[in-house]
Design a protein around this ligand. Structure first.
Ligand code: FAD
Length: 311
């Protein structure tokens, strides 16, 4: 299958990358190396996740502050969840992110405090769900606001219609983009996008692409979040456990083929879950035909500001 995009297709495409806040110094070094490596692909933006219930609050803030303040990546978005916290606490975190220079939030409810699968309870005096958080963010400022979307349905949802209804509430409250949970079957995405458009939701719906560094981990995670790993994917990777180079090559082809097929179906924006590691994402981008610009992250960010200002 084709893994390379035509230059005319590449010219229309925007990439974004997702990172999570590091837990220790070693992970921190790896993260910032990855951010610098991937900045060379000139992403439209990059995002930093936020632990439900504020479990990563300090680390998320430090990470975002460093990416914007030190690396000059002003197009960095902060994820924010609202479970398990009263409104004033969430509002204070919003102000801290704004003080770091954040102009783009990924607004989420977050998993229930008892963990995935336990019953969700709105926190007393808290934002009840992601739609309420979007509303508060929209009232606070002229931010870009991205929200989640689930092509294979969120595990808590009664049905696909309830899920799309929640997306509509988030968009009606001011969300400007939806980013999907990872999926591997592009027919699922296309079917979902059809339903979303029929519901009158017009914001971009950006597929979340997860290059598979570790198949068993991805299968476990997929089970928790309601994504399917099709047999066609497992059968391409499962027998390569003892052949890391071949496995890496196959994983990069799987992701590049998925992106090329989505481009063929008309998609132009892609959000890549990096897992804070660059080699596989670089391999995917290079298969697609991207060339890494030799400038470092800071010059890249300054360049994009200049372009934006000059546009
Ligand atoms: P919502 O959009 O509010 O709800 C999701 C769906 O669940 C709804 O469509 C609705 O159908 C159903 N639902 C919600 N509440 C109920 C209810 N009470 N009863 C029945 N059905 C209900 N998690 C983090 O902790 N940190 C992150 O940084 C983070 N980033 C994410 C980024 C993306 C792009 C995505 C797709 C997910 C991310 N998540 C993150 C995971 C997310 O927090 C969980 O999926 C969470 O369970 C739902 O949050 P949400 O914002 O999608 O919720």
């Amino acid at each position: 299958e084709r893994t390379t995009l035509h230059p005319s297709e590449r010219a229309e495409i925007s990439l974004s990358f997702e990172y999570f806040p590091p837990k220790n110094e070693e992970m921190e070094a790896q993260l910032f190396q990855t951010v610098a490596d991937l900045s060379a692909f000139a992403p439209a933006f990059q995002t930093v996740t936020y632990g439900a219930g504020g479990s990563t609050k300090a680390r998320s803030l430090t990470t975002v502050r460093r990416m914007i303040g030190e690396m000059g990546l002003s197009n960095t978005a902060a994820h924010l969840t609202c479970v398990g916290a009263p409104q004033p606490e969430v509002d204070a975190i919003i102000e801290e992110f704004v003080a770091c220079g954040v102009r783009h939030f990924v607004a989420l409810r977050g998993d229930p405090q008892g963990g995935v699968g336990s019953a969700y309870q709105p926190f007393p005096g808290g934002y009840e769900n992601a739609a309420a958080l979007v509303k508060a963010l929209r009232a606070r400022g002229d931010f870009e606001i991205s929200v989640s979307a689930y092509p294979e349905k969120h595990p808590e949802s009664r049905d696909a219609a309830a899920d799309i209804d929640m997306l509509k509430r988030k968009v009606d409250n001011g969300a400007t983009r939806a980013i999907t949970q990872f999926f591997f079957d592009n027919d699922d995405f296309e079917r979902y996008l059809d339903q979303v458009r029929r519901a009158g939701i017009e914001v971009p719906v950006v597929p979340g692409i997860l290059p598979i560094n570790n198949l068993s981990q991805v299968m476990k995670f997929a089970g928790l979040c309601g994504s399917t790993v099709p047999d066609a994917i497992t059968s391409r990777l499962a027998h390569l456990d003892d052949q890391p180079e071949e496995r890496f090559r196959e994983a990069s082809h799987i992701a590049a083929e998925q992106i090329v097929d989505l481009v063929r179906r008309g998609v132009r924006d892609f959000h890549i879950y990096t897992m804070n590691r660059s080699p596989l994402v670089i391999a995917v981008c290079e298969l697609l035909g991207y060339v890494r610009s030799p400038v470092n992250a800071r010059e890249m960010a300054v360049g994009s500001i200049k372009t934006a200002a000059g546009a």
